[in-house]
Design a protein around this ligand. Structure first.
Ligand code: IPM
Ligand code: MG
Length: 359
């Protein structure tokens, strides 16, 4: 097994170090090779996703990714900004299926901005299409408006589009995931306004015919955003497009009290994947040793389960994380009265100690 380790920018290197420690403590046989990505790669190679990094990611069985981005690159041309690294990896590795679980850990219910009874036991899964939609649709750019109220004015435009096969394959992934859970799937669209999402809704409805055991409902994205804060537990699995999924997954993550706890997986058709915490590079706290490494550690667990066929090892990591939370250990982002605040490294060490105690 070969893992490509791409720590990236901001808190990326600190949290990645903890995930690698946890993986090492499992005594599995794997080879991990590191490469720069994002702003860190721009600094050394002049590009956020250098050829060598992409080649390593392609050759590996799985990619463990930290985070990319820093305000200091905001003025670079778009193609050189750190975010292009993760977008490029998704596109080149054809990682079209993004799994973003939003789980509210019993020990962290109080950290949610919602009332405890609304989020206690929350366990939903957002499946976001990751390689299409307005994120990648061509054409895009700047031009002079040819028509409309301001014809002749400078304008910018992007293209929202989905082909039938792109919708079908993500729908299959979502129905199959729902089948393994409560057999309820909500497809989120904007069919009342957008042609692209009327098509999305029609194709998901067609694919549903192959999954009669799964209950499907459709919801407009604005309503879904509202229902997520009104009654989040009414959802189980949500499937949606790239842009709506970007927005709803941040909303869902925050319901759980801390985005610092949530892993994610981005998979191709053969379940090769890239695993990354749902949070970003947090440049404001980089290098301070206070970042929460648990989302990255849990991403490593997802990697073991989905791409490396090591479900038992994944269970061990997840149990160790629950164990440290039960001990009352908290990084700053999830700290509350009566718990013990620890830094990034101490949290990683505690997970390793919990793994060792499992025997
Ligand atoms: C995410 C991030 C990315 C996205 C950015 C960093 C390009 O927000 O993974 O959700 O928009 O997909
Ligand atoms: Mg996002």
């Amino acid at each position: 097994m070969k893992i490509a380790v791409l720590p990236g920018d901001g808190i990326g290197p600190e949290i990645m170090a903890q995930a690698l420690k946890a993986l090492k403590a499992l005594d599995l046989r794997f080879e991990a090779e590191q490469a720069p990505v994002g702003g860190a790669a721009y600094e050394v190679a002049g590009h956020p996703l250098p050829e060598a990094t992409l080649a390593l990611a392609k050759a590996a069985d799985a990619v463990l990714f930290g985070a990319v981005g820093d305000w200091k690159y905001d003025t670079l041309e778009r193609a050189l900004r750190p975010e292009q690294a993760i977008l490029g990896l998704r596109k080149h590795l054809q990682l079209f299926a993004n799994f973003r679980p939003a789980i509210c850990y019993e020990q962290l219910t109080a950290a949610s901005s919602l009332k405890p009874e609304l989020v206690a036991g929350l366990d939903i899964l957002i499946i976001r299409e990751l390689t299409g939609d307005i994120y990648f649709g061509q054409p895009r750019g700047r031009r002079v408006a040819a028509d409309g109220a301001f014809a002749g004015a400078e304008e910018a435009f992007d293209t929202m589009r989905y082909t039938r096969p792109e919708i079908e394959r993500i729908a299959h992934v979502a129905f199959q995931a729902a089948r393994k859970r409560s057999k309820r799937l909500t497809s989120v669209d904007k069919a009342n306004v957008l042609e692209t999402f009327q098509f999305w809704k029609d194709v998901v409805t067609e694919v549903h015919a192959q999954y009669p055991d799964v209950a499907l409902d459709h919801m407009y994205v604005d309503n879904a955003a509202m229902q997520l804060v009104r009654a989040p537990k009414s959802f189980d699995v949500i499937v949606t497009g790239n842009m709506f999924g970007d927005i709803l997954s941040d909303e869902a993550a925050m319901l759980t009290g801390s985005i610092g706890m949530l892993p994610s997986a981005s998979l191709d058709a053969a379940a090769k994947g890239l695993y990354e915490p749902s949070h970003g590079s947090a440049p404001d706290i980089a290098g301070k040793g206070v970042a929460n490494p648990l989302a990255t550690i849990l991403s490593a667990a997802m990697m073991l389960r989905f791409s490396l066929n090591q479900a038992a090892a994944a269970d061990r990591i997840e149990a160790a994380v629950k164990n440290v939370l039960s001990q009352g250990l908290r990084t700053a982002d999830i700290h509350s009265a009566g718990t013990t605040q620890v830094g990034t490294e101490a949290m990683g060490d505690a997970v390793v100690a919990a793994l060792k105690r499992q025997g």
